[in-house]
Design a protein around this ligand. Structure first.
Ligand SMILES: Cc1cc2nc3c(=O)[nH]c(=O)nc-3n(C[C@H](O)[C@H](O)[C@H](O)COP(=O)(O)OP(=O)(O)OC[C@H]3O[C@@H](n4cnc5c(N)ncnc54)[C@H](O)[C@@H]3O)c2cc1C
Length: 386
């Protein structure tokens, strides 16, 4: 019997790989195979996300990826018959510093000029929205009511189930261990069980992007970095209706989740690596970070057993890498989402599917996201990274 053969093989069954598989099938790609190394799908970063989606970015390309994705989340339940706990409660960025004020206003102008319904909120109005915030020196903030949060796992599951119904094959416990090429083109993959032929391969391996890139001799500057989230015990003192609140000065992010408070903060000193252990001392770190601006949170009891850690895949300019590798035709990258992979997954699925099947896309100009920007030194820095 000859080797199996597919039109496209997607490596990785997280939200990105499953979105790509769904949009490929929706666009009538014939034979699509998703290979996942773990014994179940959606076992990587996707299952550990905070679920936030927002248009409040600092660059037009990230704003655009969010704008393409938002309607998909909004209509997900009708289209995919999956409840994704879609909560459009807005994102509220606040600041008490001059630099924060300037940065938020700069972003506000960019966002508004790209059609984002975001507004400046005065300190008084802000305190009405989130009365648990300390008023001292508060200058105000930005609020976009279309932002919010949803369940990342359910979105990925919706994409995966529909991709399967449309004929995609998704195999778990089946890692890719080698990428095969001939005459400078992708020809297939090797797994511990078999060799499978394809001319088109998608790297959707999340924090393992660079490891997978190495299999193809391609350097992908996306590093895994641990990120921790704290879940409290029930805390009815803060309304369930609050938006995602971001203290732009400290970087603390918080929201409600089923009566509890979910909090996070990105430690700039966190070294790259695959460390997935939750560090209980993070509870103290966040207590300190929140003490001045969110004094009520001092009463919150954290449940360390329900808190967790996951991996971001971070690029030097905090933008993802999308498109075909310049030196290896047939090898497509959907990597380095730098904490935005859930909210951009629908757009990424559509764009990669267009690029694979048509060689081009009308949805965005993908040029700013090309891999070669790193060696060309042509980076566009995203500054709103949470
Ligand atoms: C704590 C935390 C909070 C976050 N919050 C948000 C948020 O609020 N909003 C947002 O948009 N994003 C958020 N993110 C980021 C988001 O989770 C990721 O960007 C997104 O899940 C990436 O999806 P993925 O499919 O690329 O990666 P993953 O979900 O990690 O999937 C990659 C898959 O590839 C598989 N794989 C790897 N190597 C191989 C191989 N050789 N062969 C076969 N399979 C392989 C892995 O097992 C894995 O299942 C957060 C992330 C973390 C960690």
């Amino acid at each position: 019997m000859g080797a199996r053969s597919y039109d496209v093989i997607v490596i990785g069954a997280g939200i990105i790989g499953l979105s790509v598989a769904y949009y490929l099938k929706k666009q009538k790609c014939r034979k699509v195979l998703v290979l996942e190394k773990e014994d179940s799908w959606i076992a990587g970063s996707t299952a550990r996300a905070n679920g936030g989606f927002r248009q409040q970015f600092s660059t037009p390309i990230n704003i655009r990826l969010s704008q393409i994705s938002l309607p998909v989340f909004k209509h997900f339940e009708e289209e995919f018959r999956t409840d994704i706990a879609f909560r459009q409660r807005g994102y509220l960025f606040l600041t008490a510093t001059r630099e924060g004020d300037l940065a938020l206003h700069r972003n506000l102008r960019i966002q508004q000029s790209h059609g984002v319904p975001v507004e400046w909120v005065t300190a008084e109005d802000l305190l009405e929205m989130v009365p648990f915030v300390a008023a001292e020196n508060l200058r105000g903030g930005t609020f976009c009511p279309e932002d919010g949060y949803a369940d990342s796992y359910s979105i990925a599951e919706g994409f995966g189930q529909r991709a399967r119904q449309l004929g995609a094959e998704i195999e778990t416990g089946h890692p890719v261990v080698e990428i095969q090429t001939a005459s400078g083109q992708v020809t297939g993959v090797r797994t511990p069980r078999e060799t499978i032929q394809t001319g088109r391969l998608i790297n959707a391996t999340g924090p393992y992007a660079a490891v997978t890139g190495q299999m193809a001799g391609i350097e992908i500057p996306a590093q895994p970095v641990r990120r921790m989230l704290l879940m409290s015990e029930d805390f009815p003192e803060i309304s369930e209706e609050i938006p995602m609140v971001i203290d732009a000065d400290s970087g603390v992010v918080l929201r409600k989740e089923s009566g509890k408070i979910l909090m996070s903060w990105s430690d700039p000193e966190e070294p790259p690596g695959f460390n997935l252990e939750f560090d209980p001392s993070f509870v103290e770190v966040l207590a300190e970070k929140t003490a001045d601006r969110f004094p009520l949170l001092q009463q919150v009891r954290i449940n360390p057993r329900r808190s967790w850690a996951g991996l971001y895949s971070v690029t030097p300019d905090h933008h993802c890498i999308l498109g075909e590798a310049p030196n290896l035709p047939g090898f497509f990258l959907a990597n380095g989402f730098s904490g935005h992979g859930m909210m951009h997954a629908p757009a990424v699925g559509m764009i990669i599917s267009d690029l694979v099947l048509e060689g081009t896309t009308r949805l965005v100009d993908p040029h700013p996201l090309r891999l070669s920007r790193f060696e060309e030194g042509d980076l566009v820095e995203e500054t709103v990274v949470l």
